[in-house]
Design a protein around this ligand. Structure first.
Ligand code: ASN
Length: 324
């Protein structure tokens, strides 16, 4: 590769490497620029909303001794630092819970890294690197945080009506009209009725965002709280976008008592050692809480009517593909 000298008078030329050319032409695409501009306003609106609601914004955690195990397999890059393994953040769930010791309401624009399997490369909904607004509320129950999420989305739409008219015109897209509370569906009933692809099937036919509630225990990570009155059912929820855009957010009430946490880790066939730092912190006391995380790129994709989350980012990290 011949690098330019940098001397004045160098004539701009197309990069030799086709991958760099691809990355630059992605940025040149009008839909991408509109998607990024829309994302900028969505971030502003979300930040504004949670500040106005009295939340403390905490800084993102990028590497830590423990991160979200997730409920599906992803590659697990660990970083060795002074002989200590650190993991790259897949979600800040554990840190949100710990933060409840310090503040009753927190949120964070949290970059997540999930080295997803190649099968997920063409969903239009997955990037290796994305941001979720992760929210947690001390002493809250599921209903309270569901209402909070509905209000947050309504605020985003109201904000965009004022600040993103031109971008919507450019995208040829109309803002949705939201009228919370969004409909609720029982996860098990929905699955029984529509089969394993129920989430996307319902997403395609729904005219409005809707909730899936009461997700069965094996479908989720150990930290979502089991309903004391209904063993095997979690006090959690997913929000699903309409028009086939799929999952918007997930969240729920959390296990916070040490015996329940240990029982749930064992039930998942996971080792307590893997979560030692979190378990030790839980032993010192975790307040009860509930919360959720909204994927920012997915929200922008749905609002903008974009075909792929990559169109919301200048530097999208697509699954299995080199990118800048
Ligand atoms: N942010 C999600 C939650 O609050 C967890 C996740 O992203 N896996 O439940």
């Amino acid at each position: 590769m011949s690098l330019p000298s940098g001397a004045s008078g160098d004539v701009p030329s197309a990069p030799e490497d086709a991958r760099v050319r691809g990355a630059l032409s992605h940025m040149d695409h009008p839909r991408v620029r509109a998607g990024v501009r829309l994302g900028s306003e969505v971030r502003r609106a979300l930040g504004e909303f949670f500040h106005r609601e009295g939340f403390v914004e905490i800084a993102p955690v990028l590497v830590a001794p423990v991160t979200d195990p997730l409920n599906h397999p992803v590659a697990d890059p660990t970083v060795d630092y002074y002989g200590q393994p650190f993991q790259l953040t897949r979600s800040m769930i554990f840190h949100k819970q710990l933060a409840m010791r310090a503040f009753p309401r927190v949120f964070v624009f949290s970059p997540n890294l999930r080295f997803e399997p190649r099968e997920r490369s063409s969903t239009g909904r997955h990037l290796v690197e994305f941001t979720q607004v992760d929210v947690e509320v001390r002493d809250a129950d599921r209903e309270e945080v569901m209402t909070l999420a509905e209000r947050a989305l309504t605020h985003v739409v109201d904000h965009l009506a004022q600040h993103a008219r031109r971008t919507f015109a450019q995208l040829g897209r109309r803002l949705p009209v939201l009228s919370p509370p969004f409909p609720r569906r029982d996860w098990r009933a929905a699955r029984a009725e529509h089969g394993p692809e129920f989430e996307m099937a319902l997403s395609r036919e729904s005219p409005t965002p809707f909730w899936l509630v009461d997700i069965p225990l094996p479908e989720r990570e150990f930290y979502d709280r089991e309903d004391p009155a209904r063993p095997g059912v979690l006090r959690d929820m997913d929000l699903i976008y309409p028009e086939g855009y799929g999952e918007a957010l997930s969240g729920g009430e959390r296990e916070f008592e040490l015996p329940a946490i240990l029982r749930r880790i064992h039930a998942k066939g996971q080792s307590v050692e893997q979560f030692r730092w979190y378990v030790e912190a839980a032993q010192a006391g975790l307040p009860p809480s509930a919360g959720f995380g909204i994927g920012v790129e997915r929200l922008v994709r749905w609002l903008g009517g974009l075909s792929d989350v990559a169109e919301t980012s200048l530097f999208p990290k697509r699954i299995g593909t080199w990118s800048l």
